[in-house]
Design a protein around this ligand. Structure first.
Ligand SMILES: [Zn+2]
Length: 53
């Protein structure tokens, strides 16, 4: 789990996109997983990594 998070962070450079308003946010991967990051625009807590199809 930890290794996966690390690899993911490296791959996507810890940049995430809000699923609600599509704002890009840079945050530590582990915080995204733990839902400790709030979107600054819509306060949504659901993020996805960039470049995900
Ligand atoms: Zn948002």
């Amino acid at each position: 789990m930890v290794k996966f998070a690390e690899a993911e962070a490296r791959r996507f450079r810890s940049i995430f996109v809000c699923r609600r308003c599509k704002t890009k946010m840079r945050a530590p991967n582990i915080k995204i997983i733990q839902h400790k990051i709030k979107c600054r625009r819509c306060s949504g807590k659901v993020f996805r990594a960039v470049k995900k199809k």
